[in-house]
Each structure stands twice: as structure tokens, then as C-alpha cells.
Design a protein around this ligand. Structure first.
Ligand code: PMP
Length: 424
């Protein structure tokens, strides 16, 4: 397979962009990432005209695949042709806000921003402003974007920044605990309960190999936070409008969080984030309340149109049946292959999310520590590249999940299973 143009582009990029990319994970593969020329249905075509089955799907936003259905594409083009944005409100923002509040019962009001990171920044500030408390509890191995309050590792007794450039004094307000560990969560509330503004968690960890909540875990979180006057924030940037369809993962688990963060699918492939929740809390956001939040591009009309038309299309077609069905076929096919060829590995996922984790602890992982033991190096140096040789594009690190879109076909699934067989 030739990669001459990608190599040349990467060499040029390295001189003008740190690490040659605009987002860290994209360069996580060696010796260099391939550069995409365009998408086509469930595939991408690189700068050297190689075609891959694409299970990255923009890292989650592309529920409908690359070349969206005609009505979705037309709505986006129409909005773009009317002048991209104005710095004044537009009808399409109200339309999308109404759509989301209609389908996600916990969301009475919503504020659109420009990325999942911005959504969690706003949610954390809002939770602190609303409760008058400082600390937030997060899950070890959870990811909430590139922001100061959540780039924290260690444990609740010894939190420390997970990136250079974040003061230790910031990290002290973030308390990481193991996912699914009720005793650890109780301990944290025993010690810091009076100063905990919120528990912030993905309903299913999607950035660390896909880890599912144990039965009753979210009910436990709901009760404990209520008991202590803290908010429960579900970060549905990945799971929102993917797991549980239009009702999101909170609908599937039948849990009502106080706040929810969204991103990815709700912007139909354009830059987006959102925070939504109970009106009584949301109205603390400026200008209704005194928690400041603003953004030049927030509620961008092209993004709003893309999100609205994507979700309407999903509501009116069998998108979720299709992606969940192919997801199931992938996972069961992979489970057979792994059982036969690599019984030390685990197949994880649900709905249209899937991942093969290069570790096994007798069962599915239940927390970050289980996933951490994975053979990351082997995955990156041998496996990812072998899959690329088989023309299958997987997410660029061992921990991030992969996604099925409405544009994927049974043939894509079959080809991918064959490729896994070869590569493993
Ligand atoms: N929260 C979760 C759960 C995410 O998966 C991500 C990104 N993958 C973010 C927040 C940050 O979103 P963004 O990259 O759009 O800033």
C-alpha cells in the first residue's frame, strides 16, 4: 500500500503544527498518520487513494456516515449559503433545542457550545455556581475533554494533573474514583460531601476501552448525590443520540441526571457541544443567571441545521435498528474470533459502539484499572498497522471506542471480521 502523499503531507505538517496534527490522538500511530482526502458512505479515502472501511466515523459524530442523506446535506448547504453566522439568535437554534428537550426528559433547557470540552467546562462551572461548592468527583479512566477540571489522575486522596500546564491547586478540586466502586464513592462523600458540587461521569466509559456500569450503579449515584445535595452530571458526548437512540443512555438506564453534556452527533458532524438539564439549574447561566458563559460561534446555524436534520432523519428512519444490528454482528463475530485466536482479549461494546481490548481479567473490565493492563504497545505497533494493511481504519489508540454508522453495510462487517482474523 502506498502512502507517499500522506508521508509528504505529514512532513510538511510537522514543521508548522506541533506533532503534525490538530488533536493529539491523531498522531498516536507510527510512523505517521494517513491523511484523509474524502469520505464515502462508511469508508474514507486517503491522500494516496487507498480506501478503508471507516469505524472511526470522526470519533463519533457521523451517525449517518460520510455522504449524508440528501435532505440532510441540502439543509446544511442551504444554511451555509445564507451567510454562515450572525452573532444574533436564529430560529434553527430554537428548533434543535426543542427537539432535544422533547426527546430527553431530563433536559428542560439547553445551551449549545462548540465542543464537548466546552460543554463539560460549562457544566462544571454551572454545577459549582449552582451549589456554591468547589469539588467535582470524576471516574478514573473517564474523559471529559481537554480541560483543567478533568485532566486529573490519581485518586481522591492524591489527585494530580494529568497534563503539564495545570496547577496542582486546580487538581485538588477534582476527586477521581474507580468506576463501579460504590465503597470508594461513599468514602469520598463521607470525607468531602459538604464541598462536592457534582459527580461527573460518562454513563458508559467510552474513552477507556468501553466499560459498562454494573447493575444498579447509576441508581446508586443518583441516590447518593441527592442525599448530599450534589448534582449528577452525565457526560453523553459519546453516548448521546447513539446508545438508547434519541432518548440517549440515560433513557436506556432510566436515570434522570441533573445535567447532561452533549457533543458529536448533536451537531451532525460540525463542531458542537451542549449542556442541558433542569430549568431551575440551567437558569443560573448568564444572562438568566450569574454563571458566565458565552461563545462567538455557539449555536452556529450550519451546525444547528446539521444536528437537527441528522436527528430528524434518525427519528424518521430505522437508523438505530440498523447501526445497533450491525454493532451486534460485529461484536458477536469478534467474540468468536477472539475466543478462537486470542482468548486473552476482550470484546466490549453495546449498541453501535465496539472495541477489542487487548487484555482479559477473566471477564469484562469493570473499571480503568482492568483496562490499563492492556497490551497497548502490541496494539499500536502490530495490530493497528495490520488492520490498516487490510484496509480497515480503527480508532488510533487502544482505549477509544469505534462506531457503526447508518452508511455501513453487512459487507463492511464481513470484510472487517476477515481483517481481524488475519491481523489477530
Ligand atoms: N466528553 C466525552 C465523553 C468525550 O468522549 C469527549 C471527546 N471524545 C469529550 C467530552 C470532549 O469533546 P471534544 O473533543 O468535542 O471537545
Amino acid at each position: 500500500m502506498k502512502h507517499d502523499r500522506s508521508r509528504t503531507l505529514y512532513d510538511r505538517a510537522l514543521s508548522v503544527m506541533p506533532g503534525g496534527v490538530n488533536s493529539a490522538v491523531r498522531a498516536a500511530v507510527e510512523p505517521y498518520p494517513f491523511f484523509v482526502r474524502k469520505g464515502d458512505g462508511g469508508h474514507v479515502i486517503d491522500a494516496d487513494d487507498n480506501r478503508y472501511v471507516d469505524w472511526v466515523m470522526g470519533l463519533g459524530p457521523l451517525l449517518l456516515g460520510h455522504d449524508m442523506p440528501e435532505e440532510v446535506r441540502a439543509a446544511i448547504q442551504r444554511k451555509a449559503s445564507e451567510g454562515p453566522m450572525y452573532g444574533a439568535p436564529t430560529a434553527v437554534e430554537v428548533d434543535l433545542a426543542e427537539f432535544v428537550t422533547r426527546h430527553v426528559p431530563s433536559v428542560e433547557q439547553i445551551r449549545f457550545v462548540n465542543s464537548g470540552t466546552e460543554a463539560t467546562v460549562s457544566a462544571v462551572r454551572l454545577a459549582r455556581g449552582h451549589t456554591g461548592r468547589n469539588k467535582i468527583v470524576v471516574m478514573q479512566g473517564g474523559y471529559h475533554g481537554a480541560q483543567e477540571s478533568t485532566l486529573v489522575e490519581g485518586d481522591a486522596d492524591h489527585p494530580r494533573p494529568s497534563s503539564a500546564g495545570i496547577p496542582q491547586s486546580f487538581a485538588e478540586h477534582t476527586l477521581p474514583v474507580p468506576f463501579n466502586d460504590e465503597a470508594a464513592m461513599r468514602d469520598v462523600f463521607e470525607t468531602h460531601g459538604e464541598d462536592i458540587a457534582a459527580v461527573l461521569t460518562e454513563p458508559i466509559l467510552g474513552n477507556y476501552g468501553i466499560v459498562h456500569p454494573r447493575e444498579g450503579y447509576h441508581e446508586f449515584l443518583r441516590e447518593l448525590t441527592e442525599e448530599h445535595g450534589a448534582l449528577l452530571i452525565f457526560d453523553e458526548v459519546i453516548t448521546g443520540f447513539r446508545v438508547g437512540g434519541l432518548g440517549c443512555a440515560q433513557g436506556r438506564f432510566d436515570i434522570t441526571p441533573d445535567l447532561t453534556t452533549f457533543g458529536k452527533i448533536v451537531g451532525g458532524g460540525f463542531p458542537v457541544g451542549a449542556v442541558g438539564g433542569r430549568a431551575e439549574i440551567m437558569e443560573d447561566l448568564a444572562p438568566a443567571g450569574d454563571v458566565f458563559q458565552a461563545g462567538t460561534f455557539s449555536g452556529h446555524p450550519v451546525t444547528m441545521a446539521a444536528g437537527l436534520e441528522t436527528l430528524k432523519y434518525a427519528a424518521e428512519h430505522d437508523v438505530y435498528d440498523h447501526v445497533d444490528d450491525l454493532g451486534e454482528r460485529l461484536r458477536s463475530g469478534l467474540a468468536d474470533i477472539v475466543a478462537d485466536q486470542a482468548p486473552e482479549y476482550t470484546v466490549a461494546g453495546t449498541a453501535s459502539m465496539f472495541k477489542v481490548i487487548f487484555t482479559r481479567n477473566g471477564a469484562e473490565p469493570t473499571c480503568a484499572a482492568d483496562v490499563k493492563r492492556a497490551e497497548t504497545d502490541r496494539w499500536r505497533r502490530i495490530f493497528w498497522e495490520s488492520m490498516l494493511e487490510e484496509n480497515v481504519f480503527l480508532s488510533q489508540n487502544q482505549f477509544e471506542c469505534q462506531f457503526v454508522s447508518a452508511a455501513h453495510t453487512e459487507d463492511d462487517v464481513e470484510r472487517t471480521l476477515e481483517a481481524y482474523k488475519e491481523a489477530l
